[in-house]
Unconditional design. Structure first.
Length: 690
């Protein structure tokens, strides 16, 4: 297709697209890289391109559209249908996995499977790995050996990254170095058992298709010849396997359009490789590069920050987003003296925005890691501001947080049966029957000392688990403060449990440490547990009488927020060590990916943007923190700096008697340019006093 003359369609491409989008849609044959900046109409461009190809006489059956989510695929196909006024029958559109499944079922005999092979889910995978561990007679009674889920994450990352298990363990799980031979044998048996059961997992779909294309010349030619045009969405998120699949499927006609934004490549932890998009012009030569930089989402002031920040990355395609929206307020930087102050400011500003007519579901609070939201969640629940949590469970609903709380409940009440059931369930070799036996024995005990010294007849395996728990009980027995109790639980055996059980164990350990810091505002265990219990019960309350029950703000990790947008966005916990994440800085390319996360967070906002951080690391401590380097590397003229004042400091716990004070907004020279009253806003210590 060389002609750029539109022949058949009633679609007026020239008036419905901007010049950047039009250049992509009307492009000729060959390979093309579309660098689609945030809010630049990426989906619109792809769907118009597909419609244009069909208008030009390309059969839908000769078009392949690859996406990362079923939702994205469905949205694009629906838009194409709307544009054309008819369903594009036969168009190949879907996720990499769904397309792989379709092709592999057609050629199943070539890969040694039946056409009715089974796709197993994550629960099935864990069950099968558990069987493999048993086949190898591996002793898992101690804390050293990781869970089937953790082993699966190691195997899966290995396969998607193209690294050996040995390389993955050395890179990401060095504490398991001595277990590498066991992991390798487990993978061998796991692979054999899947084949024996005529089944595949999700990784097998991608690897199976890649191998089919690379190892069978006739099938590769047949498929690549069928797809005259291949289009790929979110190309910056592809891993090495997906990039190889794309190359093989476009190898005959060479008509490949990939759309993505290197500035939004944030999924290396899933084995995504930014070099796939950065090296596109070398992999596909000759090729054309197109840039979509007209942003329809954010104000010029927000985009100025995004553009300035991302300029600090070396490995990138240079591009500046330009705004269509009218100019508005400068984004705000809001330092607070404690995490509580930060949370209070966000809550009060949310209420003010809502008072001014902004619906709660047009407001989001974003953060680098899940535990950063802890203090904010507490404040939101206290103030009856409903919220939806994206990217995982709400803080007090997370398994490891509940585990810690149950240990503390036993310290306070030795007869707490439900707490005992949860804690005993964490121990190796202790099932439901044994747990009930232990509980019956400890009912007569008056304190933890008596529990530890009691003689309970148990099997050898159960005794090992009970001894482990007794070590932990002995540690918490000598502590009194909630923060010390929490840290006593996590030191040693429970930490080993998290490491062996979860792929994200370091994040969970961070959660627990932040929980300990959060508890430093309490000296009384009973008061602390009462407060936690009351806020944890928040979601069980009928909120139909609440003013906001149909309307919720969004709390989200930045990773989960990608592709979304809100009128007002708060990016919180912007301190060094938290954002950028310290562990990420230790990895190759980690700093630049962290800056891309900052870019993604910034470009989620349409009109109002707030960056907040606490100058102390604890909930009520005086350990000083530094603002994030991502804030420090930006010029002051891009922000309003909001200083918060308080009249009276809060006392132990989460109460406090505050009086309204003005919010003072400063310009880059430090001169006050506005002073205004915000109703019902609790202000804290003047930052200059710290």
């Amino acid at each position: 297709m060389n002609s750029k003359t539109i022949k058949n369609s009633s679609i007026n491409y020239k008036t419905e697209l901007n010049s950047e989008q039009l250049a992509v849609v009307l492009s000729g044959d060959g390979a093309g890289l579309v660098l689609a900046g945030a809010g630049s109409g990426k989906t619109r461009t792809i769907t118009y391109r597909v419609a244009y190809l069909i208008d030009q006489g390309v059969l839908p059956t000769n078009i392949l559209l690859l996406t990362f989510t079923n939702k994205a695929a469905k949205e694009m196909l629906n838009r194409v249908e709307t544009l054309l006024g008819a369903h594009p029958v036969g168009l190949w559109g879907g996720t990499f996995h769904s397309v792989a499944n379709r092709i592999l079922r057609t050629h199943s005999s070539v890969i040694g499977l039946s056409p009715n092979f089974t796709i197993i889910d994550q629960d099935d995978v864990k069950t099968l790995i558990r069987v493999c561990i048993k086949d190898l007679n591996i002793d898992t009674s101690g804390r050293k050996f990781p869970s089937p889920s953790k082993i699966n994450s190691i195997i899966s990352y290995s396969r998607n990254s193209g690294l050996s298990i040995k390389e993955v363990v050395e890179k990401k799980y060095s504490s398991f170095f001595d277990l590498i031979p066991s992991f390798e044998r487990i993978e061998e048996i796991y692979t054999a058992r899947k084949k024996q059961a005529d089944s595949v997992d999700f990784d097998d779909l991608l690897i199976g298709l890649r191998d089919l294309l690379q190892n069978n010349k006739s099938i590769r030619f047949s498929l690549a010849n069928k797809f005259h045009h291949v289009l790929v969405d979110e190309f910056q998120d592809t891993n090495i396997i997906q990039a190889q699949i794309v190359k093989e499927l476009s190898s005959v006609h060479g008509n490949l359009i990939v759309v993505g934004d290197d500035a939004q490549s944030i999924y290396s932890f899933r084995a995504a490789q930014i070099k796939n998009i950065l090296d596109f012009s070398n992999t596909y030569s000759p090729s054309n590069t197109y840039k979509l930089t007209t942003n329809y989402r954010s104000t010029p002031e927000i985009l100025e920050i995004a553009n300035t920040s991302i300029e600090n990355n070396a490995d990138q395609f240079k591009k500046d987003l330009s705004a269509v929206c009218e100019s508005d307020n400068l984004p705000s930087i809001v330092p607070a003296s404690t995490a509580k102050q930060e949370a209070e400011f966000i809550c009060k500003e949310i209420l003010k925005l809502n008072n001014d007519g902004m619906s709660l579901n047009n407001i989001a609070v974003l953060f680098r890691a899940a535990f950063h939201s802890q203090a904010l969640e507490f404040e939101l629940m206290k103030r009856d501001i409903p919220y939806e949590y994206r990217g995982g469970l709400k803080f007090f609903e997370r398994a490891h947080v509940k585990d810690i709380i149950c240990h503390l409940r036993i310290k306070l009440n030795i007869k707490d049966e439900s707490a005992w059931m949860r804690v005993l369930g964490l121990q190796t070799g202790i099932g439901l029957v044994t747990a009930q036996k232990i509980i019956n024995e400890v009912r007569s005990c008056k304190n933890i000392d008596e529990v530890i010294n009691s003689s309970i007849k148990l099997s050898k395996r159960a005794q090992s688990g009970w001894d482990t728990l007794c070590r932990t009980l002995n540690k918490i027995n000598i502590q009194q403060l909630p923060s010390d109790l929490i840290r006593a639980v996590v030191v040693g055996d429970y930490r080993d449990y998290l490491e062996n059980e979860y792929a994200d164990y370091l994040d969970r350990i961070d959660d627990v440490e932040q929980f300990a810091i959060f508890s430093e505002g309490y000296s009384d265990l009973r008061l602390f547990l009462d407060e936690i219990s009351l806020v944890s019960d928040y979601d069980s309350v009928d909120t139909k009488d609440s003013l906001f029950y149909k309307d919720k703000i969004v709390l989200s990790t930045i990773h989960q927020s990608k592709g979304l947008e809100w009128d007002a966005v708060f990016v919180m916990s912007l301190v060094d060590g938290k954002f950028p994440n310290q562990r990420a800085l230790d990895e190759e390319g980690g700093l630049e990916e962290e800056r891309r996360l900052f870019y993604v967070a910034t470009t989620r906002a349409r009109n109002r943007l707030y960056y907040t951080y606490s100058l102390t690391s604890g909930y009520d401590s005086m350990v000083m923190s530094q603002p994030s380097m991502f804030l420090q590397e930006l010029p002051d003229c891009l922000f309003n700096s909001v200083k918060l004042k308080k009249v009276k400091s809060h006392v132990n716990g989460f109460g406090g008697d505050f009086h309204d004070e003005p919010t003072i907004i400063f310009n880059k020279l430090g001169d006050a340019i506005e002073e205004k009253k915000i109703n019902d806003l609790s202000f804290l210590r003047d930052i200059d006093e710290l």
